[in-house]
Design a protein around this ligand. Structure first.
Ligand code: FAD
Length: 478
């Protein structure tokens, strides 16, 4: 019996995919930078089947790559060479919503938008949201500890998770779905799963916290003379508006790319160095409150060039499109090196000026497009490489020099090399830049305890050998 035969016994013939035409979409990531061959793709339909798949792969000694919606941006959910891809897309059961507790248990393969559709009619909402909502799964969100557009109000994914059900590498199941608000019984395994990126267990179900659904919304887009002005506006709005939910920013070159790709007109006449998009949400229309606060802030803060407000649904959506279309517009222009970092607010203005220079130092022809979540100092640094021959030819793999230069700059100003996308394969070589030897040793000990034979996502988060240059070279198509 081959491994494929064993897997067919566990999940049924139609859920073991070996035909390259059927496996292709599971083998390349959303950015098209990371891809590899899978031995096969297996799609279990229950927790028991996930356990059976892991046991069979363990016996065969074949590594497993868990995959949800395949929208991850750090190459952690696609195979490198011959792993089994375990897709969670059939684990989509949504349990009964507990409207009193504000909780629901969902299958790990449930997308964010499916969860939103289920709970919003009940007056509840999920606290994490971002542009990939139609494909990104709750299991993927927990595995990456995703952030998104509403962290300012609700925190990241870890703050939304009450309990998880997960299958460990040996096929055993840990389940904390009936977690109580107070429960200090031993180590917090649920917390450990948040951000584990498929390296410790396969998440099969998640009990999530729900918030009151705020259906009345108001959005404003501000054009500003500088990022410092944007930060001053944010601080002033935060202290005035309890309904503030999002504070997103982008720059003139990113906006120009979005307008070119989407065909949208410029939202505000002229070109401005920085743009800040803010959204308020409440049970009563927050529009007046937002306008009043913007009026006060305009008196207080220098550098506000113009403001447009979206009061109704279509105008709010149009303003959001300028921010949310950044990722797809950049991808339409080429295959970018995507670096998600966090910078202390005190260094933000300087970092935005320095980063394109840092990139040009290693790739003179590169275009650097930066946008992100202002409240958390979270910059999405997207580098579209220059023409052939300008990228260092001696680098270990394409994108290495740019990644190295940007991440070293970020660490140098006290920032984080991964704000919300995770480490994946893309940054595992740089883990030791940001974490001490003792911290990495502790992470390795945890990995070894959960997965002693290295079955789950080898090379993700922890490189095969620690340190820049010491890890495996990700397979990068480009
Ligand atoms: C347009 C766009 C916008 C985005 N915006 C944001 C944003 O604002 N904030 C943000 O944080 N991210 C953002 N992302 C990144 C991405 O959507 C998130 O990382 C998301 O959490 C990934 O979910 P997924 O289901 O697609 O996971 P995948 O891409 O399938 O997997 C991601 C990682 O999680 C692991 N994994 C997936 N499911 C499981 C499971 N059930 N058990 C164990 N491990 C698992 C995989 O092995 C991999 O390491 C964006 C992506 C796109 C394409």
């Amino acid at each position: 019996m081959t491994l494929e035969d064993d897997l067919r016994t566990v999940v049924g013939d139609q859920h073991v995919l070996v035909d390259p035409g059927l496996t292709a979409s599971y083998e390349t990531d959303w950015t098209r930078r990371f891809s590899g061959r899978a031995r096969c793709v297996v799609r279990p339909g229950s927790t028991g089947e996930v356990a059976g798949v892991l046991r069979a792969c363990g016996v065969a000694g074949v590594a497993v790559v868990p995959q949800g919606g395949n929208t991850g941006l750090v190459g952690g959910g696609v195979p490198v060479d011959g792993e089994v891809v375990l897709s969670t897309l059939r684990l989509v059961e949504i349990g009964e919503v507990d409207v009193v507790a504000g909780q629901v248990t969902v299958g790990a393969g449930t997308t964010v938008s499916s969860l939103q559709k289920r709970v919003r009619p009940l007056g509840l909402d999920f606290g994490v949201d971002f542009a990939a909502r139609d494909s990104a799964t709750i299991g993927g969100l927990v595995a990456t500890n995703a952030g998104g557009e509403n962290v300012l109000r609700y925190g990241g994914t870890r703050q939304q998770v009450i309990g998880v059900e997960a299958v460990l590498a040996d096929g055993s199941v840990v389940s904390r779905l009936e977690a109580l608000p107070k429960d200090n019984t031993g180590y917090d395994l649920t917390g450990l799963m948040s951000g584990s990126e498929g390296t410790l267990a396969v998440l099969t179900a998640v009990r999530v916290r729900l918030w009151p659904a705020y259906t009345k919304r108001s959005v404003a887009l501000l054009a500003l003379d500088s990022t410092s002005a944007a930060l001053a506006v944010l601080a002033a709005l935060r202290s005035r508006l309890t309904t503030l939910e999002s504070a997103e920013f982008f720059l003139a070159d990113g906006l120009a790319l979005v307008c070119e790709h989407t065909g949208l007109p410029a939202p505000i006449p002229g070109e401005h160095p920085a743009y800040l998009l803010v959204e308020c949400a409440a049970t009563q229309d927050p529009n007046e409150e937002l306008l009043e606060a913007l009026g006060e802030v305009s008196e207080l803060v220098d550098g506000i060039a113009d403001i447009v407000v979206g009061e109704d649904g279509p105008s709010r959506e149009r303003l959001w499109r300028y921010r949310e279309a950044h990722t797809e517009s950049i991808s339409a222009a080429g295959v970018p090196v995507k670096l998600d970092v966090a910078i202390p607010h005190a260094h933000l203005e300087a970092a935005l000026a320095a980063l394109p220079e840092v990139v040009r130092g290693v790739d003179p022809g590169a275009r650097t497009i930066i946008f992100g979540h202002l409240n958390e100092g979270n910059l999405h640094v997207n580098v579209l490489p220059g023409g052939a021959g300008v990228v260092k030819t001696d680098e270990p793999h394409e994108g290495y020099a740019v990644t190295d230069a940007v991440l070293r700059y970020v660490v140098g100003v006290g920032g984080s090399i991964s704000a919300e996308h995770g480490i994946g394969r893309a940054k595992s070589e740089w883990l030791t830049l940001a974490r001490s030897a003792a911290e990495v040793a502790a992470m390795r000990a945890i990995k070894d305890a959960f997965d002693p034979h290295g079955l789950l996502n080898p090379g993700v988060v922890l490189p095969v050998a620690d340190g820049p240059g010491g890890g495996p070279s990700p397979s990068i198509d480009g």
